[in-house]
Design a protein around this ligand. Structure first.
Ligand code: TMP
Length: 214
């Protein structure tokens, strides 16, 4: 007999620094609250900055420029944080919970490749992790992002670097990506996002979870 799946969707938001991801993640989570009986959900974010373990603390120190790390080592640190969450993410998805994630593997690859690491090597470190059913890419050019408030405080928040990140993101796109024009109004973006998310949640209920490297 054919196996039937009723699982949650893995929804990921990606984009440059200050592209509005966190605002849109929060809006989507609020929207989903209204339909949580039908579509249970949970929010997550990478990197996880809570000081819960040494990896999280090291990532915070690296991002705030308190600590320097060679590019490969930094890359593997971010990847390890995701790999440590793999089993829990799978459990939620299998239980029918949709995960809404603020940054995930494509951030890892795009930011490290922008430092000069090979993009393929970066993505290879993500193998075995659940692959997003939908990547919402908030599409905002680096020269616009730099004018948004708060830009420039952290590592990577420099325009030439962000341009390289953008180029790497473009190479990672596949059929699961939805590029949303991030210079539209918050409401317009939220409506576009909501429509795509509800469609994908329905579509993937009956599909097995796929993984990077499958
Ligand atoms: P955010 O918490 O504001 O999204 O910023 C996280 C920063 O960390 C952002 O500049 C992107 C970067 N980053 C990586 O370099 N590698 C990763 O794997 C992830 C998830 C983020």
């Amino acid at each position: 007999m054919e196996q039937r799946y009723v699982r949650g969707a893995l929804i990921v938001f990606e984009g440059l620094d200050r592209s509005g991801k966190t605002t849109q993640v929060n809006r989507l989570l609020q929207d989903l609250e209204g339909t949580k009986e039908r579509y249970p959900y949970r929010g997550m974010r990478f990197p996880d900055r809570t000081p819960a373990n040494p990896i999280n603390i090291e990532i915070c120190d690296y991002l705030s420029k308190k600590k320097e790390l060679p590019a490969r080592e930094a890359h593997l640190l971010f990847t390890k944080q995701r790999q440590n969450q793999k089993d829990e993410m799978e459990r939620f998805l299998q239980n029918g919970t949709t995960l809404v994630v603020d940054r995930y593997s494509h951030s890892g690859a795009a930011y490290s490749a922008a430092k000069g690491l090979p993009l393929d090597w970066c993505m290879a470190q993500e193998e075995g992790l659940p692959k997003p059913d939908l990547v919402i890419f908030l599409d905002l050019f680096a020269d616009i992002a730099k004018n948004r408030s708060g830009f420039g405080e952290e590592r990577f928040e420099e325009e030439p670097f962000q341009k390289r990140v953008y180029e790497q993101y473009m190479q990672l796109q596949d059929e699961t990506w939805l590029r949303v024009n991030a210079s539209k109004t918050e409401e317009e973006i939220a409506a576009e996002v909501r429509q795509a998310v509800l469609r994908v949640i329905e579509e993937c209920r009956e599909k097995p979870i796929s993984h990077f490297g499958d």
